[in-house]
Design a protein around this ligand. Structure first.
Ligand SMILES: C[S@@+](CC[C@H](N)C(=O)[O-])C[C@H]1O[C@@H](n2cnc3c(N)ncnc32)[C@H](O)[C@@H]1O
Length: 259
């Protein structure tokens, strides 16, 4: 985008949707600014960049602002014209004025639905997510909620994006069409089993467990593509799935436990 110089006269607006607070919160800002600095070595060094860090209002924004304050120079470079702002609000609502956003990014956040699918309460019994024993209505309700949320997300971002703007989105998906790849959701089974044990031990009301479902959905690639095509505002440049290991060696990744 920047090589084309199409946006060189404006302040270039970017957002990380679902930035959270942690070692990853500024990694995209660092990566983007680093790339820009390499591109701009001999060119326009006066362009200004604005980075919005978005998450739900109850994200720990104070901690995030402290992180920005302490790491901004390291992340953005000493002389770059980069401005970082917090942006509380759901990405299922409008976050920006019309045609003002140039680049939207999101990592591991879009699997979160806007709400627990309607009408699910109690039908899923002791399950807290889609499992092999969930009735078909539960699967349908989750798929419908995902479709409606994904549609909303695309419509809102299309309104906000400046002409020529782009998005890079990564989120958790499922490898097959159905929900039979148990290892992909095994942590929800473990959590459900733990909650059931708590019911047996009298630590939790059975009714509370029966009314609890996690508002998360892992679409398959075909679902993602078909909704983007059906909605029609965006064109897919690249789409692919990649496996992520659960047993990441945190030390090797430079994870700082103190943050
Ligand atoms: C697993 S974290 C991802 C954090 C970071 N992007 C990363 O890659 O490590 C998911 C984040 O998405 C945020 N999130 C979930 N639903 C959201 C919504 N509707 N609007 C904005 N943020 C949301 C959560 O609060 C959480 O901080």
């Amino acid at each position: 985008m920047l090589e084309k110089d199409e946006f060189s006269d404006c302040c270039f607006n970017m957002v990380d949707l679902g930035c959270a607070l942690g070692p990853n919160s500024l990694s995209v800002v660092a990566h983007v600014m680093d790339t820009i600095q390499n591109l701009r070595k001999n060119g326009n060094n006066r362009q200004e960049f604005r980075f919005f860090l978005n998450d739900l209002p109850y994200n720990e924004f104070n901690g995030l602002f402290e992180l920005v304050e302490s790491e901004k120079e390291l992340v953005c470079g000493p002389r770059s014209q980069c401005y970082i702002h917090g942006l509380p609000g759901s990405f299922y609502t409008r976050l920006f004025p019309r045609k003002s956003l140039h680049f939207a990014y999101s990592s591991t956040s879009l699997q979160w639905l806007s709400q627990v699918p309607q009408g699910l309460v109690r039908q899923n019994k002791e399950n807290i997510f889609i499992t092999m024993t969930s009735p078909p209505e539960v699967l349908d309700a989750y798929a419908e909620q995902y479709k409606s949320d994904w549609f909303t997300f695309l419509i809102l971002r299309a309104e906000e994006m400046a002409p020529g703007g782009r998005m890079v989105l990564t989120f958790i998906n499922r490898s097959g069409d159905d929900f039979s790849a148990k290892e992909e959701y095994v942590h929800y089974d473990v959590l459900a089993q733990t909650l059931l044990d708590m019911v047996t031990q009298g630590l939790l009301e059975k009714d509370d467990l029966y009314s609890f479902n996690v508002p998360i959905y892992m679409p398959c690639q075909l679902e993602v593509e078909s909704i983007i095509n059906q909605q029609g505002s965006f064109k897919i440049d690249k789409i692919f799935s990649f496996p992520v290991r659960w047993d990441i060696d945190e030390d090797a990744d430079g994870f700082d436990e103190n943050r």
